[in-house]
Design a protein around this ligand. Structure first.
Ligand code: CAA
Length: 394
């Protein structure tokens, strides 16, 4: 069972204060302008938040996944666009470099990432291959001391600003997951181009673009792991990333609860204080209970990762539940606020838009249900192996 120590709580406290004072007051303005929160990212880097998992020897805070979860929940609560920028950088870029990178790759990239001098992105999705990650079409072939990559990646968070990208390409698409290779590449490598910017329903201040590889030249030392190991690296990385998006769900849901509770405590409707309405009280009670359950599931998954235990199933459960809780909480908040809920400039309107993507990226809710059901049913299949099931009524 997970626990939180003093370091986790201190980091949470620092993030909470930052969120209240620096992120929340500007979140609506950044959203309306669809402006990348560069200034906020620089301030977070000064606090060490761009290198939470990176070992101290490489300039990071050297903390664990519970620490990342505690910090990220607060950042997401203040601004989900800033949150996803920081989440991708820590969990989808730094994390696989720490675990699968060579010593040279770690030394080359981790210090710059920890300092926030360089920003990271993770590029697996393609225009026609999102959920079916093993079906990616971007190609790689070795030529001397380089790999040459060709293809287009889509919906890449941080893509415009990223100096370093972990990406995936196949040696031979007919090999499926076994043909995929993982690379760490720099945006200055010849053949790397940033494509069209997406305009989105929510998390509008975050950067989402296509990346185009046209005979992109990647030095052979930038292959991560061995040829053909890329899919497992991608999936293992996403197990951690999904804890990050579960955390985003919790942060957004908590922001909704804060907004709905503050409103309920002060508003008067039909001459009666809203706080006296049992319907409102029960709605707030449901939200608070669901958010706590989502937070516990998320911290439990992070704790398992910290212990080196399998966490694929737990990360998927946490992401599925938290993202759905965030969407329920956001819809309830809009409903509680009534007209003020749909008014631009009020946080509820932004929160309901920001919540939706949590059910889609880093594996849609359908993908999470697939992972959960496979793991749950396979477990049973293994336990009951050799004991044929009977369907006859006795
Ligand atoms: N860890 C390590 N290895 C894993 C793994 C995991 N979690 N999951 C699967 N594998 C291994 C399997 O053991 C198997 O190995 P063998 O071949 O040796 O047996 C191999 O990978 C293939 O596994 P599957 O047959 O299960 O693979 P699949 O093709 O059926 O995968 C899927 C199905 C789970 C739906 C997968 O395609 C998936 O997760 N899709 C969603 C992709 C996704 O989440 N994209 C998000 C993009 S990033 C993003 O969104 C960032 C952002 O913007 C914020």
């Amino acid at each position: 069972m997970f626990d939180l120590n003093d370091t986790h709580r201190q980091l949470q406290e620092t993030a909470r204060e930052f969120s209240d004072k620096i992120l929340m007051p500007d979140a609506d303005r950044y959203d309306a302008a669809e402006e990348f929160p560069q200034e906020k990212i620089e301030k977070l880097a000064d606090l060490g938040f761009m290198g939470i998992l990176i070992p101290e020897e490489h300039g990071g805070l050297g903390l664990d996944n519970r620490a990342l979860t505690c910090a990220l929940e607060e950042i997401h609560r203040g601004c989900a666009s800033t949150g996803v920028t920081v989440s991708v950088h820590n969990s989808l870029l730094s994390n696989p470099l720490i675990h699968f990178g060579s010593e040279e790759q770690r030394r080359a990239y981790l210090p710059k990432l920890a300092a926030g001098e360089w920003l990271g992105a993770y590029a697996i999705t393609e225009p026609n291959h999102g959920s079916d990650a093993a079906g990616i079409q971007a190609t790689c072939r070795r030529e001397g001391d380089k790999y040459i990559l060709n293809g287009t990646k889509a919906w890449i968070t941080n893509g415009t600003y990223a100096n370093v990208v972990i990406t995936f390409a196949t040696l031979d698409a007919s090999l499926g997951s076994k043909g995929i290779c993982a690379f760490v590449l720099e945006s200055t490598f010849p053949g790397f181009k940033v494509g069209k910017k997406e305009r989105k329903l929510g998390i509008r201040a975050s950067d989402t673009v296509q990346l185009i590889y046209e005979d992109l030249e990647v030095p052979v030392e930038n292959l991560i792991g061995e040829e053909g190991q890329g899919f497992k690296i991608a999936m293992h990385t996403l197990d951690g990333g999904r804890i990050g998006i579960a955390t985003q769900g919790v942060g957004i849901a908590q922001a909704c609860l804060d907004c709905a509770a503050d409103y309920t405590a002060t508003a008067v409707r039909g001459g009666k204080p809203l706080i006296k309405s049992q319907a409102m009280q029960f709605e707030i009670a449901n939200m608070a209970t669901e958010i706590e359950a989502a937070r516990l599931l998320t911290l439990q998954a992070a704790w398992r990762k910290d212990q080196g235990l399998s966490h694929t199933l737990e990360a998927s459960k946490a992401k599925l539940f938290s993202s759905e809780v965030a969407n329920r909480a956001a819809r309830s908040t809009v409903q509680i606020l009534g007209h003020d809920g749909v008014r631009r400039g009020y946080p509820a309107e932004r929160l309901v838009r920001d919540a939706k993507i949590t059910e889609i990226y880093e594996g849609s809710s359908e993908v999470q249900r697939l992972v959960i059901s496979r793991n749950t049913l396979n477990d049973r299949a293994e336990r009951s192996a050799g004991t044929p099931a009977t369907s006859e009524a006795q």
